[in-house]
Design a protein around this ligand. Structure first.
Ligand code: PLP
Length: 455
């Protein structure tokens, strides 16, 4: 592959994220394909790398026209003073698509902002109702909720927080209920009880979780017993349940919201990525009516907000994205094809000693890796399996997203797959084939290295 199609830290004015990484220079996209400046085509299995471009890359019919028409008519107004038809219509659409009982939406520019807002909402709800001691947000430790200082406190991942520790307000966490420590969910419930008792139920504002996890624990959902136990504890202790659907919202798991598939109805949902589908930054917080009524019957203000909250062009794009999802029946398509994609991935990876689990729903799937010697332990982080998987995939012109959160203690190396909903069956087959070839190649190299260390 030609060197001119890569950008390196020492040859750019961009303050890149990782200074030792070579960044392919992508100039064009088309469906699930990304094209670099040297004419190479990459198969994008993660919707732009961050589970965003669910409608695919390129000129998706209706979206750019809607943005351009809105920008010509009215590009910006500040929602402190006025509102716009685009904001009004998008909020009304989302309320229709959300689980029953959700009645209000507050827009943001992305997922982190939506979660900052969720945090403030969970707090304000209780303050408005005269329970100002409630401030703690409990959540599974292995999670990701954004890159701001407050949202860093919402995850229990030490690796993410360490440089910023002095600024972080640490929230309480419980271990996730994976096969490793708690396949039934009973241990997590016992831990939740302990955390609530220690904190004092009168101090707990909400329980936050990704109903289907994304990068931190790809494709993971808690087991049934955990959900039932969580619901009981909400009734008993009066905290809110908040779903981070920044990734899962807008069809990613085969329903408009992942909440539609869960045995528990949340009180707050935050969402973002698929709403703008890569055409514009937009997110939002949706609340059930009783949450809104706390403010309506209380101070009657939920301030402050951000300049771009509910901006007309962003909302026009959100509306066009929903139109497109509906007209092409893309959510239904994810629902129908998701199980087949997962099965095909499982079949293609069968016999790989390094693969412990293939999991997930719809088009949000995860592969977790273990030491091939015992099929259980974390791989030695020094082997750098996640990085090698992504590099090997890139050599095969495949974009996937692997992580190595081993230091956090809850998960080892893993890969996330989240293709665009518009991927054809043939493209999905191609993704599965390239993933399997990638994993098998890395596994062979890793096994050799492990054997070499022993001899
Ligand atoms: C589950 C989840 N929540 C929140 C965020 C933060 O969203 P953003 O990067 O749009 O701020 C992300 C981003 O990956 C995410 O995966």
């Amino acid at each position: 592959m030609s060197d001119r199609s890569f950008i390196r830290a020492d040859r750019t004015s961009v303050f890149v994220r990782e200074l030792d990484r070579a960044y392919p220079l992508i100039e064009r996209g088309d469906g699930v394909w990304l094209h670099d400046t040297a004419g190479n085509a990459y198969l994008d299995a993660v919707s732009g790398g961050a589970m965003v471009t669910s409608l695919g890359h390129g000129d998706v019919p209706g979206i750019i026209d809607a943005a351009a028409a809105q920008a010509r008519r009215l590009s910006f107004v500040y929602n402190v003073h006025v509102t716009s038809p685009a904001q009004e219509e998008l909020a009304a659409e989302l309320v229709k698509l959300a689980p029953e009982g959700f009645t209000r939406v507050h827009f943001t520019s992305g997922g982190t902002e939506a979660n900052e807002l969720g945090l403030r909402m969970a707090r304000s709800y209780h303050v408005e109702r005269g329970e100002p001691s409630r401030h703690l947000i409990i959540s599974p430790a292995q999670s990701y909720h954004g890159a701001s200082i407050a949202t860093f406190g919402l995850t229990g991942r030490a690796g993410l927080q360490s440089p910023y520790q002095p600024y972080i307000q640490q929230q309480p966490h419980i271990a996730p209920s994976t096969w490793r420590t708690d396949p039934t969910g009973e241990a997590a419930l016992a831990e939740l009880d302990r955390v609530i008792a220690e904190a004092g139920p009168e101090n707990v504002a909400a329980f936050l979780l990704e109903p289907v996890s994304a990068a931190s624990l790809p494709g993971y959902s808690p087991p049934e017993a955990f959900w039932r136990g969580l619901e009981q504890r909400r009734r008993e202790h009066g905290f809110l349940i908040w779903f981070d659907e920044v990734v899962t919202g807008l069809g990613r798991t085969g329903t408009w919201f992942a909440a539609d598939q869960m045995p528990v109805v949340p009180d707050i949902i935050t969402t973002a990525k698929g709403l703008g589908a890569g055409f514009i930054p937009i997110g939002g917080m949706l609340v059930r009516d009783h949450v809104y009524q706390a403010v309506a019957a209380g101070s009657r203000a939920f301030e402050p907000g951000h300049t771009w909250d509910g901006a007309p062009v962003s909302c026009a794009v959100g509306l066009a994205v929903i139109d497109r999802l509906r007209s092409e029946k893309l959510v239904e398509s994810v629902r129908e094809r998701g199980p087949g994609l997962r099965q095909a991935l499982e079949d293609a990876l069968a016999g790989c000693d390094m693969v412990r689990e293939v999991r997930g729903r719809g088009f949000l799937l995860g592969v977790s890796y273990v030491d091939p010697d015992d099929g259980e332990s974390f791989l030695d982080p020094a082997l750098g399996v996640a990085g090698r998987i992504d590099q090997e995939a890139r050599d095969r012109q495949l974009v996937i997203y692997s992580t190595q959160p081993t230091a956090d203690g809850f998960a080892g190396d893993q890969t996330l797959l989240a293709p665009a909903f518009v991927a054809t069956d043939g493209e999905l087959d191609e993704i599965v084939e390239r993933v399997a070839a990638t994993v098998r190649a890395v596994e062979a190299a890793v096994k050799k290295e492990i054997a070499g260390r022993r001899s």
